[in-house]
Ligand binder design. Structure first.
Ligand code: HEM
Length: 148
């Protein structure tokens, strides 16, 4: 995996190939989350469910295939010894908050498909959309500050 981290990206920044692929997947997923939110508001549920599902699968792939390996190779050891807020505080916060958001997203998706029951799906979904947008923006800030 270390060698993959050394392959230059294709966006013309200082980022590696892994980071660039991850950024593109995350951006597509963010756009889909926003579209899915609008479809939900317009009560277009036949479109809303698949759009939301694809968005979650894309961000799940970006995290598992790209962000988690970059995190464990480059930041985990730097943060060992209980110094989570120094020097990679935002990245650690992003990884922790992002992991929880992803789990919450899977739960809300299963509520959407009636695997779990909830009295107020709408609120759960609104919270999920806001969390995903916040985590995505924090990821874009991280990418920009590291590689632009
Ligand atoms: C809802 C879940 C998440 C979203 C929406 C999200 C979004 C993003 C975005 C848009 C970026 C910038 C593109 C990139 O450089 O990859 C990013 C970067 C990053 N994310 Fe996440 N992320 C999430 C969860 C996680 C998790 C769980 C981890 C750790 C296991 C993580 C670790 C990282 C790292 C280390 C970077 C910087 C990677 C690099 O150097 O390029 N993220 N994230």
């Amino acid at each position: 995996m270390l060698s993959l981290l050394e392959i230059p990206g294709f966006l013309g920044t200082k980022a590696s190939l892994l980071s660039d692929i991850s950024l593109i997947l995350s951006l597509i997923s963010l756009v889909l989350f926003i579209i899915a939110g609008l479809e939900g508001r317009r009560r277009q549920f036949k479109k809303h469910c698949p759009t939301q599902t694809i968005a979650l699968i894309l961000i799940f792939l970006a995290v598992v295939l790209f962000m988690a390996p970059v995190y464990s190779q480059q930041y985990e050891s730097a943060n060992a010894g209980l110094t989570p807020f120094l020097p990679n505080g935002l990245i650690t916060l992003h990884a922790g908050f992002g992991g929880l958001t992803l789990l919450y997203g899977v739960y809300v998706l299963l509520v959407g498909y009636n695997v779990f029951r909830s009295k107020d799906k709408k609120i759960l979904m609104r919270i999920a959309s806001i969390l995903f947008i916040i985590v995505s923006i924090s990821g874009i800030v991280i990418y920009s500050s590291l590689y632009l």
